[in-house]
Design a binder for this molecule. Sequence first.
Ligand SMILES: [Zn+2]
Length: 229
Amino acid sequence: MKKTLLLCFALVLFAAGACPAADKELSGKRRGWFALTYDDGPGYITGDLLALLEKRGVKATFFMLGSSVRARPAMAKNVHDAGHLVANHTDAHKNWFKIGKSADREKIFLSEVKKAEQAIIKATGEKPSILRMPNGYTAPWLREAAKKIGYRTANWSYGSDWTKTPEEKMTAGYVRSVRAGNVLLLHDGGGKSHEKTLRITEAILNEAQRLGLDPVRLDVLLKGPGPRE
Ligand SMILES: [Zn+2]
């Protein structure tokens, strides 16, 4: 129930950012765009994922953890240099549902985001501007604090690769979610087995091709004629 509520909230948030009333013609939805996003990396499959995306001529978005970037700085650079969007996923994947209730939350938030930002800049030469909190945590104070330091926050429309769902069913869920305007979440890092990320990505791209939809970077999907906040 909590998860469903959270997801709905994320959807509302995202929809508010992606579909401004001012110019629906330019929205990703009308253009048949959707976004592939990968969290927690770079991980041990990131190189294979880059090869797959390159083969299919696709750009994606990677929400990297500062700790993962420090472990694999060359891979973070490869992701960036291949033209994918590198975004901030904080430094250490802390439990924000707990921290969000503490008096120090803004201080910890700044330290977590800045630490990851420094690792990303050191590895890629570019400052990220989109932030996704661990486990999709969001709250008004958080969005306000993110905005103050030049970030917009973005969650996702569909993701299930961290659950115990059998892979076949999981893949079907992703394939069903290939729709204009959607943001799909998968994982290329985090320490667990992520080979299925490659297989599911391939299934998603086959479905997109069948439907005539184009995967784009999140900054492209969110881009519009004016401010989006
Ligand atoms: Zn994560």
